[in-house]
Ligand binder design. Structure first.
Ligand code: SME
Length: 162
């Protein structure tokens, strides 16, 4: 009897990110509403990255990052550029992987249980329009596989109507 794999094996996160990309593209296709699209993206990512305790967006507005759609506990609303992991990733326009948030000077603890984090800037036309932030209750939850998996997702999200 033929067996059909319905999903990637648990633990193979590279495959899970690869599968998510076309699913996300299909989900966003034809829908112009930014909030709806970010909300669905956060929910889809939540399914894909079970180690994350919080997944969401901070949107660049008037020189600050402002909380956008997310999945998880209530969070800090405004982050200055250059502050915390999110603000640093935005200011430096690069992905930051923080294995232990207690070792990151200026980390903003929205949830005291948070232990590690990855933040990926979302660029449109060379400008940072938002950051995608994933937090985990586990130390060193994120690595280069997450960075590589999230990069094309951030690129796709950069094409939205910011
Ligand atoms: N930890 C982040 C703040 C955002 S919350 O984790 C949702 C930071 O230092 O940028």
């Amino acid at each position: 009897m033929e067996t059909v794999a319905l999903s990637a094996p648990v633990g193979d996160k590279a495959a899970r990110y690869r599968e998510l990309l076309p699913q996300l593209a299909a989900l966003l296709e034809g829908e112009p509403d930014l909030v709806a699209n970010l909300a669905n993206a956060a929910a889809a990512l939540r399914e894909c990255v079970p180690i994350a305790s919080w997944i969401g967006f901070y949107v660049a507005k008037a020189g600050q990052l402002v909380l956008g759609p997310f999945q998880g506990k209530v969070a800090c609303v405004r982050i200055a550029l250059g502050k915390g992991v999110c603000g640093t990733a935005a200011a430096e326009r690069r992905t930051l992987i923080v294995a232990d948030v207690e070792q990151f000077p200026g980390h903003i603890a929205c949830d005291a249980g948070s232990r590690s984090e990855i933040v990926v800037p979302i660029l449109r036309g060379g400008e940072v329009v938002a950051v995608l932030d994933l937090d985990s209750y586990e130390l060193a939850a994120f690595d280069e596989v997450d960075a590589a998996g999230l990069a094309p997702i951030a690129e796709l999200l950069g094409t939205l109507a910011w």
